[in-house]
Ligand binder design. Structure first.
Ligand SMILES: Nc1ncnc2c1ncn2[C@@H]1O[C@H](COP(=O)(O)OP(=O)(O)OP(=O)(O)O)[C@@H](O)[C@H]1O
Ligand SMILES: [Mg+2]
Length: 247
């Protein structure tokens, strides 16, 4: 379980992005985190894996307080996480195989044959068998996201963090990625945090949804609760995003 409490963060320009975020994420659930562009969703995810340090507040993962861990313990904790970055963040000079194997090379002592087996297994899982020799430049946007997902899965993480998994994809590809995330979540029994401003993804894959607004967790509940809410801020958010992202 991940317990986020009172998380506060400003950047050098003085703008306070997170103003006391409280959020509990239960083991095995899929939670979507939504909110306006720039409200701090990516910043929140980066705090969970200790890439950013808060001004106040804490993130506790299975009893370990992320921001007080020694560096070695933080690295160990990170190996339990898979992270699909907003831009897929593949290394263009490396092949698909090398991109996916990177985490295993750094964090495990697997031999070459075993690594090849794992990479192919993950590529099959994301629907891209046999593509290990390709370079990222040869892939479509949707394929890049899939490779990013295969890389996130490579070390068999307990927690999967997705930052905008469907942004920039066409509706057909977005539906495929949603189906893939739902399938992976149920098959692998992982805990997923999906940052998105795609409401279709929320309704398709999330057990629960949290809306960030004004630096805080403004709403938490099921997707049905969200949809039924009469709160004016939630209604305004939903109507804006429903018209912006139509599939
Ligand atoms: N490393 C950083 N240094 C300075 N400011 C930052 C940094 N990272 C994020 N910010 C600022 O924090 C705010 C929140 O950024 P964040 O990337 O979390 O937004 P977001 O909710 O993920 O938006 P989007 O939906 O567009 O991805 C923005 O104003 C951004 O400029
Ligand atoms: Mg973001």
């Amino acid at each position: 379980m991940i317990a986020i409490s009172g998380l506060t963060k400003s950047f050098q320009n003085g703008k306070q992005v997170l103003r006391g975020v409280d959020l509990d994420i239960q083991t095995g659930e899929s939670i979507a985190v939504i909110g306006e562009s720039g409200c701090g969703k990516s910043v929140l995810l980066k705090h969970i894996i200790g890439l950013l340090h808060p001004d106040a507040g804490s993130v506790v993962v299975d009893g370990k307080s992320v921001h007080t861990l020694a560096e070695a313990d933080l690295y160990a904790l990170r190996t339990r996480f898979g992270f699909l970055f907003q831009s897929a963040a593949l290394f263009d000079s490396m092949t698909v195989f090398e991109n996916i194997a990177l985490g295993m090379v750094e964090n495990t002592s697997l031999g070459a044959a075993e690594m090849e087996r794992v990479v192919e297994e993950k590529l099959e899982m994301v629907g891209l068998p046999g593509t290990g020799k390709l370079k990222p430049a040869e892939l479509s946007g949707g394929m890049r996201k899939r490779v990013g997902l295969a890389r996130a899965l490579a070390t068999n993480p307990e927690y999967l963090l997705y930052d905008e998994p469907t942004t920039g994809l066409d509706p057909v590809m977005s539906n495929q990625i949603d189906a893939l995330i739902a399938d992976i979540t149920s098959r692998l029994n992982v805990t997923s945090i999906i940052v998105t401003h795609d409401l279709f993804s929320v309704y398709a894959i999330a057990h629960r949804v949290a809306l960030l607004h004004d630096g805080r967790t403004y709403f938490q509940g099921t997707p049905d609760d969200l949809r039924a809410s009469q709160d004016p801020i939630i209604r305004a958010f939903l109507s804006r995003y429903e018209t912006e992202n139509s599939r």
